[in-house]
Design a protein around this ligand. Structure first.
Ligand SMILES: Cc1cc2nc3c(=O)[nH]c(=O)nc-3n(C[C@H](O)[C@H](O)[C@H](O)COP(=O)(O)OP(=O)(O)OC[C@H]3O[C@@H](n4cnc5c(N)ncnc54)[C@H](O)[C@@H]3O)c2cc1C
Length: 519
């Protein structure tokens, strides 16, 4: 069987991809029995010559199928259940991989199922009634479910490809397998996590919603039991697990506090804070692609600035999306971004954030970063009228340090409502100076970035975990054998793909620990 791979194939904008098959036919001298796009990226370096670059693969028959999940070697069942806390990407992918090794697990999730969760988030947006366990941070699918579902990552984990293939297996668009910048979109993500849930349950796993890990017992460096409370009935159950996978995400502050009190070793971790910035998507398209932007998917950008001693950068850019109310705590206002697969909303938004570290937190305490976040979120809550609206400001006014009184061409999309406020009074001085220098500097790289009518909404604080829960080579907590810190919350991932990859990594470690052998 011979397969031919051709890379660097140019296709001008709007040209039908069928011509790629024609190219393969010409090369093979006959219609290829097997044809696949392996890579697709947009080359926008020269606005006068925008084109796609492809890598294609074709031949007489498809390549030999990679070992499917179903064919993974099975392990003997551990005597006690595997308990996975959190149904975000880390927890779900860990549960799926363990299942494929023949080990069904119990997934406990403090939040509701995705259907219920969507209703609670809608209620927060419309009535500003916040559910502390059913919101943009907490609930089935984890933090990323109400997101743009961007899957690109800077990590080079051997599991990244498995993550993409698993998402497709459960209903994500096929194109994520070959696009340079794959995204699923929040609309698809909700279906994908529901399909994963049903698969786990139909194959002997358990997924318990509205179930909160409230306590753990550690004796002589060994995890003994975990207490899980059913938030609907109030009943608390003690579970003695063979392993507890702690995939709780970066916003589980009450759980961080409980674990620290129980002697689980953790330390502060640097992160970044700032605002969400919004422009008209059309303006970003024009700046990135010129007039041809109307023929192309919504344009994105990624910018960094060292114009100030404290660097600033854009993060989690959501083309054709909205700013999401991402609070999970009382009297706190938090922003993040979301897009549906079509990315067809009026605005483009991204986090505009500056690095913060220990010196900014004013204490060595492992949870000082959490307190730092909380303080900013509370200040934003008060600045916007203490009703979960968010403080917002025109860029032009932010640069001059004055409160806006009217919007210009760009209207804020923060779904729970905004109030005019001067963000200079909400964020630390050092962060404001860094963002101001960055806005002017980034305008040189992306024309119109400093447009006075662009909108800033605050505050963006949950950019990554403020703690790291220390684990050893065996991926177990350094202070509690049997406890496996996993994913973003534990400080070992940043983003959907790397969190899911860390979940797969922990599952493979457990498979080995339970005596499983990879063929
Ligand atoms: C609005 C938004 C948009 C985002 N957009 C993107 C994007 O486009 N691309 C990207 O790569 N990343 C994005 N992210 C970040 C991404 O979502 C996270 O990096 C990723 O979800 C981390 O996965 P995780 O499984 O480690 O934790 P999480 O997804 O945070 O999941 C943790 C889960 O644990 C549960 N939990 C916490 N404490 C307990 C407890 N005590 N008991 C039981 N359950 C508990 C939580 O309810 C939650 O469901 C976005 C995040 C947000 C909030």
């Amino acid at each position: 069987m011979s397969l031919t791979t051709l890379s660097g194939i140019k296709l001008s904008i709007g040209k039908d991809e069928k011509s790629l098959v024609k190219l393969a036919e010409k090369r093979l001298g006959k219609k290829p029995a097997y044809f696949a796009i392996r890579k697709k990226s947009l080359d926008a370096r020269d606005k006068g010559n925008l084109h796609y670059l492809y890598t294609i693969e074709f031949g007489d028959e498809p390549p030999q199928k990679k070992e499917t999940l179903a064919s993974l070697p099975k392990s003997r069942l551990p005597e006690k259940p595997v308990l996975i806390v959190g149904s975000g990407p880390a927890g779900l992918f860990c549960a799926l991989r363990l299942l494929e090794h023949g080990i069904p697990s119990i997934v406990v999730e403090r939040g509701p199922c995705v259907e219920e969760r969507a209703k609670k988030i809608e209620r927060f947006c419309l009535e500003r009634v916040l559910d502390f366990n059913g919101n943009v941070q907490f609930g089935e699918g984890g933090a990323g479910t109400f997101s743009d579902g961007k899957l690109n990552t800077q990590t080079h984990s051997p599991y990244n490809r498995d993550v993409l293939e698993t998402f497709v297996q459960f209903g994500a668009p096929q194109e994520i397998l070959w696009l340079q910048k794959p995204h699923i979109g929040s609309d698809n993500l909700k279906k994908v996590v529901r399909n994963m849930r049903e698969y786990l349950i139909n194959h002997g796993g358990q997924v318990r919603f509205d179930s909160l890990l409230t306590d753990v017992s550690i004796q002589d460096g060994q995890l003994r039991w975990a207490a899980v409370k059913d938030l609907k009935s109030g009943v608390e159950e003690r579970i003695e697990p063979s392993a507890l996978v702690l995939a709780i995400g970066h916003s589980a502050r009450d759980t961080f506090e409980m674990l620290l009190a129980r002697g689980v070793t953790m330390r502060q971790k640097d992160f970044a804070v700032g605002v969400r910035i919004e422009h008209l998507q059309s303006a970003v398209g024009l700046a990135q692609y010129g007039k041809a932007y109307t023929q192309l998917p919504a344009a994105d950008y990624k910018l960094v600035s060292h114009a100030h001693e404290r660097s600033a950068f854009t993060f989690c850019m959501c083309p054709g999306g909205v700013v999401m109310p991402a609070a999970s705590e009382e009297r706190g206002v938090v922003t993040n971004g979301m897009s549906n697969f079509a990315r067809d909303e009026r605005n483009a938004n991204a986090a505009l954030i500056a690095q913060v570290r220990g010196a900014d937190f004013g204490s060595e305490h492992p949870l000082a970063g959490v307190e730092f976040q909380r303080k900013l979120e509370r200040a934003a809550f008060v600045a916007a009228g203490s009703d979960y609206r968010a403080p917002a400001q025109r860029v032009g006014d932010f640069l001059q340090g004055k409160t806006s009184s009217a919007w210009g061409d760009v209207l804020p999309s923060y779904a729970a409502g905004t109030a005019f406020a001067d963000l200079n009074g909400v964020l630390p001085l050092g962060v404001c100076e860094s963002l101001k220098a960055a806005i002017v500097d980034m305008d040189r790289k992306l024309k119109g970035f400093a447009c006075p009518d662009a909108v800033l909404t605050g505050v963006e604080t949950r950019t990554s975990s403020p703690v790291r829960i220390e684990r050893g080579e065996d991926l177990q907590s350094v202070s509690a054998k049997g406890l496996f810190p996993c994913g973003e919350g534990a400080g070992y991932a940043g983003g959907i793909t790397s969190a899911a990859a860390d979940g797969l990594r922990v599952a493979e470690k457990l498979f080995t620990l339970f005596g499983g052998e990879n063929c």
